[in-house]
Design a protein around this ligand. Sequence first.
Ligand code: IMP
Length: 446
Amino acid sequence: MSHSTEHTCVFGLGWGDEGKGKVVDLLSPGFDAVVRFNGGANAGHTVCVGGETFKLHILPTGVLHETALGVVGPGVVVDALKVIDEIDQLAKRGIDVLPRLRISDRAHLVLAYHKIEDQLSESAASEGAKIGTTARGIGPCYADKMRRSSAVRFADLRDERDLAARVRRIVASKKVALRAMYGGDGGLDAAAVLTDIETARTRLGACVCDTTTLLQDFIDSGKMLLFEGANGVLLDVDHGTYPFVTSSSTGPNGIGSGTGVPPQLVTRLIGVSKAYSTRVGSGPFVTELTDALGDRIRERGREYGTTTGRPRRCGWFDAVVARYTARLTGATDVALLHLDTLSGFGEIGVCVAYRCDGRVFRNLPSSASQLERCEPIIEFVPGWSEELREVRRFEDLPVSARDYVERIETLIGVTVTIIGVGPERSQTLLRGGMSRVVREPLPSVA
Ligand code: IMP
């Protein structure tokens, strides 16, 4: 059934919430498997299909398509209870994903003590030091993975004879550590953790397997893989706005470690960005608009977190960060979404460089405190008044909207081949070779 010619990765060029779910959903029909390689239930993908909205946090977005296998790779930290909840929610809407879901036996489980530690450490941090995490236990679970002795993998559920005893020991030491560091253990209880593990084993056991071999066999037999990066490259633990980042490799650089697929096989790299910038949680955000303009973007773009419901911070498009993340990832294409949100602004700002400590920066400074001091150098371009949601071809966009897209292309140095003009799958404009990748015709709006 493969139509596509290249293994492809979709990832965010910003701080998450770029609309990756929509792009993955659009491309999925051309792929045999949709693969997650990083993060966990901190991600939030909203997909609108046929007027219905689906919000997924941990399942690959591709599972909404009957033709694609949804694969959760070894690099993902898996909250099994969340997976089960999403499976059950989809089942209520008539979508049975279990037969086409595969979870790596090398993947780590997010357990109650990870979520408790995430919450307690955030509450205890002083104002400037709070990361503003999603409290989904992501950081503490990755820390345990690196620590090794206190980690639990899906393979352990199947093979470790003394797992219950080890988990009791882990919980006992976690309780001591949590009490010492935060003055309480958040009600952590070994019996409850063991019940959660048992639930994971009974409900998910059938879909746990060696996904590394599965994907390598898929490649050998000519099947096409679509990799779905969670979060966003500015949240990458190595390359993002550290320490205000998540704990994984969020761009295509995470594919090798997070799935076992050699990354050089993945040749189409689609970086997703909004036509403006947003961020949830703490950390530097140079183009942030804290005035009525920012509120207007938030309301028009419905910028409230999928995972936490928090209002997102909004600002003008930042070409410094988009160029940085596009170069870092070797993006071959850009998907520019939410262009419709910018209708009605007299002029639109694009940040072309930063000014800091008397110097002009065209590249992203490494230090968060220096970034906090940066001022954006904004270029204003003419806006457009027309609503764009009914537009279906790039040529039919207002001239100022086309000029805006082309200005962004020039600044980033990568062609914009997908443009979003609304949340529905049909509200998408394709350019260049992308119409050959999206083989399933886009349905017209009802
Ligand atoms: P954590 O991943 O929950 O540890 O959160 C670390 C930082 O990444 C916080 O600022 C979160 O708001 C942010 N973050 C994590 N995942 C996402 C995402 O999918 N979208 C937007 N922000 C995210």
